[in-house]
Design a protein around this ligand. Structure first.
Ligand code: UTP
Length: 288
């Protein structure tokens, strides 16, 4: 079985839910505590053994590439001032030469289209897909657990999580088949169903392991919900030919593309940082 060595990060969306913050700055660069959201997701991928990181970017997103590059003047200044801890932290986050690739989605035609833009970098290999605005704190990380599961099952794997029944209409929802290893066989998928039509309350939460055949299906450029090229539509078609499995993420994810999700993520991560937690908890009490 081919190991999962490559991950795709679609970062070309407009981030309209987060305007005006995202007018000139990518939402993936918003900071949770003291790191951009994208850094958490890249770290999760690295922990899962990913060696090639593919970013599908768009206009106004070049700062993402800069974030993962050497900042020569900054490093020289930190070095001169003897700030070795800060310097070491910056260097630890840097990719090795050639590990990062960037391609463009010229128009934001949907998540499915963004993934398709990476087809020539994927070639014929299975790959991981991480939605960079979904933070999924857990140890070991969500993708690392999915990679473990993949070694038993092969096929395609999607992370799922419970949502209130009256919220299913906001998400892609899966139907639950027989147990397989730590997960289950997905027997149906439906994008944004009405509660009475939903096969479960498990939503597709932002981490995927996909077989390269998905690219051919995405290449048909069929429009779905919101007149966008939807990944879920292509997965529904692919699931008729090759199995899909669901991995139940045991934690809770934070949608940092929404204002409340982003704020909740900041509180969650700050309360788990030993250097910040005591003072922050006290401040939070007085604010509330
Ligand atoms: P979202 O559904 O959050 O869309 O995309 P968005 O455009 O970023 O944000 P809103 O809804 O307008 O606020 C999920 C992920 O897919 C990427 C986004 O960058 C985000 O990481 N995406 C979405 C693309 O790369 N291209 C697209 O055309 C759409």
């Amino acid at each position: 079985m081919t190991k999962i060595r490559t991950a795709v990060f679609p970062v070309a969306g407009l981030g309209t839910r987060f305007l005006p913050a995202t007018k000139a700055m990518p939402k993936e660069m918003l900071t949770v505590v003291d790191k951009p959201v994208i850094q958490y997701v890249v770290d999760e991928a690295r922990e899962a053994g990913i060696e090639h990181f593919i970013f599908v970017t768009g206009r106004n997103k070049t700062v993402i590439a800069d974030h993962f590059d050497v900042q020569f003047e900054l490093e020289a200044t930190l070095s001169e001032r003897g700030k070795t801890a800060e310097l070491d932290a910056l260097r630890a986050d840097l990719p090795k030469p050639g590990q990062y690739s960037f391609t463009r989605q010229q128009e934001p035609l949907g998540l499915g289209h963004a993934v398709w833009c990476a087809r020539h970098l994927i070639n014929d290999n299975p790959f991981a897909l991480l939605l960079p605005d979904m933070l999924m704190p857990w140890e070991p990380g969500c993708l690392a657990q999915m990679v473990d599961m993949y070694e038993q099952t092969g096929g395609n794997i999607i992370s799922v999580e419970e949502v209130e029944k009256d919220q299913v209409c906001k998400y892609g929802i899966v139907g639950v088949g027989e147990d397989v290893g730590d997960g289950f066989r997905v027997n149906s998928m439906i994008e944004k169903p009405k509660p009475e039509a939903a096969p479960s309350n498990l939503f597709i939460s932002g981490r995927y392991i996909l077989q390269p055949e998905i690219m051919e299906l995405l290449g048909s450029h069929e429009r779905g919900a919101g007149n966008e090229i939807q990944l879920t539509d292509a997965m529904i078609r692919l699931s008729k030919e090759v199995p899909f499995y669901g991995y139940r993420f045991p934690g809770r994810s934070f949608d940092c593309g929404s204002k409340t999700g982003f704020l909740a993520a900041n509180v969650y991560y700050a309360l788990r940082r030993p250097d910040i937690e005591p003072e922050f908890r006290e401040i939070l009490k007085t604010v509330i």
